[in-house]
Ligand binder design. Structure first.
Ligand SMILES: [Ca+2]
Length: 441
């Protein structure tokens, strides 16, 4: 366990705030440092996935070595329980086929399925939204969306189809909103008017992350509807020190999961509605930058957040709980400077699982389909730096196996959703981004 003097902690907070392992191409005029600087090369030379992995006997939990990876960046931090990191490597028995449905998306970020199985697809940097058929035909960009601040990790991010879409045609999306004095994540909804020239009408901004701050980093931005009609929104802490220090502060939205009604109003059973000066939308606190979120079969929220060097985390955020960033965590600054005295601390929750080295997560699905029976209830996370589709086998809320699929494609995976047909649909993060479909071969 590392012991830090206070000045060292401050120094640690002051350095390395800008280099996230999320090297989204940045417009040349933005002044944002190259975010992949200092990120270790992804695990080149991963051996074939069958190397040394014992067969999974029915009923028996996987055992054996973890997915091949580099040594941890912060070896002095010990896991809180055995299953918290480096689960045994597993190998899917079902052979998979990857089909390219469409390409030519400029850094696409999110997919949402319309009831007729067409997809809404967002492009981060251009702020464009498209409707894509299952065969890959792309509509003209949907008109009427508000302007985005497209610098860095901003832009147009997630999109979801409203639960009452059949009646309302409402869609919801997140974006970095340009504001006087800076920017901030916003959630908007509008009526989608379908047709040869699709557009949105009656745009309403239903949530604004506050305070406004000038940062192009750590926007968060995933949306998850729950069956009881609430909407979770995941938020980042803006990376820069002025934002990072607010991640556990209930007076700020930074570094939080928030929970709202679809019209933006506050559910009265939220945990901080009666706390003086607290933002009433807050569900959980102490997150860094949540880019992955999904519900499980019990409709519980799971998230994966982008950590610093060596600190990506899988969490199951519960009402009113504190997930510790920046006080505790398993990583360090990109400079190698320490961030935390300890990976554990009183009053703060432990991640279900963490990665050191990181996968650089974005996008998440918890599988419920019938195309891949062996994947039922497994967690899938897109990997950017890791250039993998990460599969986690979960038993009793513990990760008991990990697999890195699609490594041979060497593509950054930005988004993972399960389609109505039980296939997994992916977006690759590239200037010529692809929409991919994963089915049994
Ligand atoms: Ca944490």
């Amino acid at each position: 366990m590392r012991i830090l003097s206070m000045p060292l902690v401050v120094a640690a907070l002051l350095v390395g705030c800008s280099d996230d392992p999320d090297p989204t191409p940045t417009p040349p005029d933005s002044g944002v440092p190259q975010q992949d600087a200092g990120v270790p090369p992804e695990d080149a030379g991963v051996p074939p996935e069958d190397a040394g992995v014992p067969p999974e006997d029915a009923g028996a939990l996987p055992s054996g070595p973890p997915v091949p990876q580099d040594p941890p960046n912060v070896p002095e931090f010990s896991r809180a329980f055995p299953e918290q990191t480096r689960a045994p490597a597993i190998q899917s028995k079902t052979a998979i086929q990857v089909t390219e449905i469409a390409s030519g998306f400029r850094n696409p970020w999110a997919i949402a399925f319309l009831p007729d199985q067409r997809m809404l697809v967002t492009e981060k940097a251009t702020g464009s939204l498209y409707i894509v058929t299952p065969q890959g035909a792309k509509s003209p960009a949907v008109s009427g969306l508000p302007a985005v601040d497209a610098r860095g990790q901003g832009g147009l991010l997630d999109v979801e189809v409203g639960p009452d879409y059949a009646q309302s045609q409402l869609i919801y999306w997140t974006y970095a909103e340009p504001r006087t004095g800076g920017n901030g994540l916003a959630v908007a909804r509008a009526k989608l008017v379908d047709g040869a020239q699709p557009r949105v009408e009656n745009v309403q901004v239903i949530f604004r992350m506050m305070p406004t701050l000038e940062s192009t980093l750590h926007s968060g931005g995933r949306l998850v509807f729950t069956p009881d009609g609430k909407l979770f929104v995941t938020l980042g802490e803006r990376s820069i020190l002025a934002g990072r220090v607010q991640a556990r502060d209930v007076k700020s939205h930074f570094g939080k999961v928030v929970r709202i009604n679809p019209d933006g109003s506050v559910p009265q059973d939220n945990p901080f509605v009666n706390t003086q000066d607290a933002k009433p939308e807050i569900w959980s606190v102490g997150h860094r930058n949540i880019l992955s979120a999904a519900l499980d079969s019990q409709n519980r929220l799971w998230t994966v957040e982008m950590g610093p060097k060596g600190g990506d985390e899988l969490n199951r955020p519960e009402k009113g709980k504190d997930y510790g960033w920046p006080t505790i965590g398993y990583g360090e600054e990109y400079s190698g400077a320490p961030i935390h005295d300890s990976p554990q601390g009183p009053g703060m929750e432990q991640p279900v699982y963490y990665w050191d080295p990181v996968i650089a997560p974005s996008g998440m699905a918890i599988y419920t389909g019938s195309l891949f029976p062996e994947w039922r209830n497994d967690i899938f996370v897109g990997g950017l730096v890791s250039q993998a589709l990460v599969r986690l086998m979960v038993r009793n809320d513990l990760v008991v196996g990990e697999e890195h699929l699609l490594k041979d494609r060497a593509e950054r995976i930005r988004e993972v959703v399960q389609g109505p047909d039980g296939a997994l649909y992916l977006l690759t993060d590239a200037t010529n981004g692809k929409l991919l479909k994963v089915t049994p071969r």
